[in-house]
Design a protein around this ligand. Sequence first.
Ligand SMILES: [Zn+2]
Length: 256
Amino acid sequence: MTQAANPYAAPAAQLTSGNKLCESCGAEILVKAEICPKCGVRQRRPVSKAVLLLLTFFTGGLGGHKFYLGKHWQGLLYLLFFWTYIPALVALVEFVIYIFTSSERLNEKYSAAPAGVVIAIVVVAFVGVVMIGILAAVAIPAYQDYVQRARVAGAIASVAPWRQAIEMHYFDTRKLPAGAADLRKDAVPGEAGGRQGSSVSLGPNGVLTVTMSSQSGALAGKTIVFQPDVASGAMRWDCTAGTLERRYRPASCRAQ
Ligand SMILES: [Zn+2]
């Protein structure tokens, strides 16, 4: 039993430089040794406080620091719920706790993951941020476009009762109204305007102008003009005029 730890051995301070004591059997082994050549027990990797703080701060919301400390299941939990921002909040608290924890205490509590895991955490976090950036760059304009088209659709829908009232007037009188006063009172929609605040005005010859509301962002104040065409006996509407850009119009209201 000459291999057993010797209680009378020299203290650690007198170790040959570049050596350490095995955590299990106390034999003097290389600092870099991952497994003790004497007893075969895996040595814990020292936790770098700097690496831990950086990983917690920059990748904590994705559980990067948990993977670094070898707590893979916790890391996975952070990763699965990163979108709730709760892991990021928890990581921020942990970041503060780690700041006030000494390196010695961190090393007693935790064992670091191999360098490969740290690189993987950084790469995954970087790729994730880039991908979220690309998705946002594509999705945000697409969403804004969708909102604008929805506003235009709402504005166009608000014209429908006016068109109906003008058609009724035309079939009754064979004339186009010069203004709202010519129309039957009960057929004219309220002055409140259309949905989402767009307003409709009736001009001479039954021409309707829809003006986008001031809450329509870039489209505020833009118009779509509806002109009745009675040349063929039936009433047809042309809505290609107005200041609203072609790209926001439905196909039926685009100039050829
Ligand atoms: Zn050992």
